[in-house]
Design a protein around this ligand. Sequence first.
Ligand code: CAP
Ligand code: MG
Length: 412
Amino acid sequence: MPGISYEDFVDTGYLPSDSDLVCEFAIEPAAGLDMVDAAGRVASESSNGTWATLDVSEDVVDLSATAFRIEDGEIAVAYPRDLFEGGNMAQILSCIAGNIMGMKAVDAIRLLDVRWPEAIVETFRGPQFGSAVKSEFLDAGDRPALATVPKPKVGLTTDDHVEIARRAWLGGIDLLKDDENLTNQSFNGFEDRLTHTLEMRDRVEEETGDSKGYLVNITANADEMKRRADLVAAQGGDFVMVDVVTTGWAAVASVREHTDDLDVAIHAHRAMHAAFDRVENHGVAMRVLAQIARLVGVDHIHTGTANLGKLANEDTVGINDWLADDLYGLNDVLPVASGGLHPGTVKPLLDRIGTNVMIQAGGGVHGHPDGTEAGARAFRQAVDAYRDDVSPDEYAEDHPELAAALDNWGTH
Ligand code: CAP
Ligand code: MG
């Protein structure tokens, strides 16, 4: 029976079956080992092997993985479907991104990409709405949805927060988003903030005739997130925000399961993703984190700014394409670009990532020389200019808010 010692986990003649889950890793073998040695150890530890050679009876189910491609510092490993519990992302990650991340046989190992077979995909819920939120809950069907986060990110009272929401929405922004650091603290409690912000949303919707949304941060332990999601739905909210990496995929899955009965979409913030994906030769690529998020079932996820903003990003465009591609009928996910954006970055950003996206500017709205409402107008004007195929500078000639923003921050 294969799968006893390390060599049994390498077979460069193996052709993965349709139901195999296939992982691509970049690996750097430790001193004294070559790529084949390291590949065997990775495939073994992530499936059914261990450090010692085992004598296994014929009745044990063979769940060995097979490293079937080994080239230029990268390997591909095929895992049999039955190694995994369907619908349980925590269990899958314990295999394919578990002990192997710390094994001494490799100096570094990075999970670059996963091919998810239909037999696994069908065990997950996937997004309830995906990019359809732009037309289902907002009036942004044919343009990017615009969001803003009040700044300073924490410390504002509920009243201040609601007033900022009002100005941002009146200025033409679709979505008010909580910062990830704001949940239910003493200066701005969750329940009051939810109630008053949604009341203000209703007022602004009535005043403007436009649909507006509130991405309220429900991040907490799973039971509490479900309770908060119930409050959101009961008060007519359309969205909840969850910080998916810090709260954990099992908790996100619980929220997703719960929202099957609630008409609310899940906005995924990704704080701490860089702990997994920033070191280039190690960890888990953002591409894979985004794949996990789609399977578990978020509707929007931050995927970066194609390197235009304040934060380091990898492969925003490739990730966004993956989120839009067909995946056995699962809904798509709306990508969110955020982090250091302002009206002057809108054109180069949309040139790179297209318009089926959400774009978020916090500092780039509230830091406008004339305040939040002018900042919101400038942000919206930059998007309108793009829609009309007019350069930002030309559009600014008769749009003073955009002109002031461009003066302040430039066009890039
Ligand atoms: C943006 C932001 C977001 C980051 C997350 C912040 O504010 O609210 O958390 O964009 O990054 O606090 O930094 P600004 P990412 O618009 O003021 O920069 O989307 O890459 O996960
Ligand atoms: Mg933030």
